[in-house]
Design a protein around this ligand. Structure first.
Ligand code: FES
Ligand SMILES: [Fe+2]
Length: 346
């Protein structure tokens, strides 16, 4: 009988130290950081991390002021100066303290020695991946042959239309497993995926990249015809790729792109992030249709997320006190098997 890896504290701490130093998180796209001061935050284990656009570059730091530990950025996304709201300490693009109000009066410190914890960013085209500074694996090696494909997608993205952070009361593995479970999509998501997908998944698994493609339903293809001409290079598939273990990208037809992360907060809670993008298209010239299409994508996504949240929390409340893993995983949940196998090796 397999041990219950969801609720073993020992496993959780092992995973934590392994993933902090060995993995990448797909945090966003350059289009979200066009203006100086644009930022986005993610929560990863107990830390909040801010990705921030300085004049010269995009950088990432732990979102914790060196003075007394306040969060420098309190929102999930926004535009502001790199200044802590508590006592207005400000920071430069290397994370060093730039200005301390009433410095001479209040402190006897060498401010050049004070620095925020920095995270490394690597780019695949315009996609931004975050890793720990101690991670020596290059992004090209991490992504393998998927690198070029992803680079191409990144160049086709025009703008971000939504960023949400959800809090799910379930162990992160259950949340990831739900995201790579093709079997449920047409049953649970009655008002959304049921009308879109044909349950014939094809898989391609290579190291950290777990890819799935599925045909779209005739019905959806037919309905989409009305606005099809606004887009370039559409296909007739739904694709979903997991970058082991936390990040994924998915797309319906190439008409919209979704980046999701399932980031552990603690053993029982997961922060789920969702960013939605539109591709380059002629929609730009027709703001009314663009707005309508954007809202449809956002609504579609929100509905799915709330349904999935309930399921993940329901599974977790049932299994969190089990001592063994007794579930049955089939071929339409194929990636769950690959995911578990990979986790076992950690
Ligand atoms: S805690 Fe940030 S300036 Fe005091
Ligand atoms: Fe789902």
């Amino acid at each position: 009988m397999k041990k219950n890896t969801y609720t073993s504290e020992k496993n959780f701490f092992k995973e934590k130290s392994f993933f902090i130093t060995n993995t990448y998180i797909l945090v966003g796209h350059r289009c979200e950081f066009e203006k100086k001061g644009d930022y986005k935050t993610i929560d990863f284990f107990e830390k909040s991390i801010a990705i921030y656009k300085f004049k010269e570059k995009i950088s990432a730091f732990t979102n914790k002021c060196a003075h007394r530990g306040c969060k420098i950025f309190s929102k999930a996304k926004g535009n502001s100066a790199f200044v802590c709201p508590y006592h207005a300490w400000s920071y430069d693009n290397s994370g060093r303290v730039k200005n301390i109000p009433f410095e001479k009066k209040a402190f006897k410190i060498d401010k050049t020695r004070i620095k925020l914890e920095e995270w490394a960013l690597e780019f695949c085209g315009d996609f931004i991946f975050l890793k720990s500074k101690t991670n020596k694996i290059s992004l090209k090696n991490f992504l393998g042959k998927e690198f070029d494909q992803l680079l191409k997608i990144s160049k086709n993205i025009q703008k971000c239309i939504d960023y949400q952070v959800y809090k799910w009361g379930a162990n992160w593995q259950i949340c990831v497993e739900n995201s790579i479970d093709e079997y449920h999509a047409i049953f649970l998501h009655k008002t959304t995926f049921k009308n879109v997908l044909k349950l014939e998944p094809k898989y391609e698994i290579k190291n950290n990249v777990m890819k799935m493609k599925m045909p779209l339903s005739k019905n959806y293809i037919e309905k989409f015809k009305k606005i099809k001409n606004y887009f370039n290079n559409l296909n007739n598939t739904y694709m979903h790729t997991l970058f082991f273990p936390y990040s994924s990208i998915s797309s319906t037809m190439g008409n919209s792109y979704y980046i999701q992360n399932y980031l552990p907060k603690d053993i029982h809670n997961t922060n789920v992030t969702s960013t939605i993008y539109l591709p380059k298209s002629k929609l730009k010239k027709n703001p009314v249709i663009e707005k309508f299409f954007s809202n449809t994508c956002i609504k579609f996504n929100h509905e799915i997320f709330y349904e999935d949240k309930d399921i993940c929390e329901s599974i977790y409340s049932n299994v969190r006190n089990d001592n063994s893993k007794k579930d049955i995983v089939g071929n339409l949940e194929f990636r769950i098997k690959s995911f578990r196998k990979k986790l076992e090796k950690i």
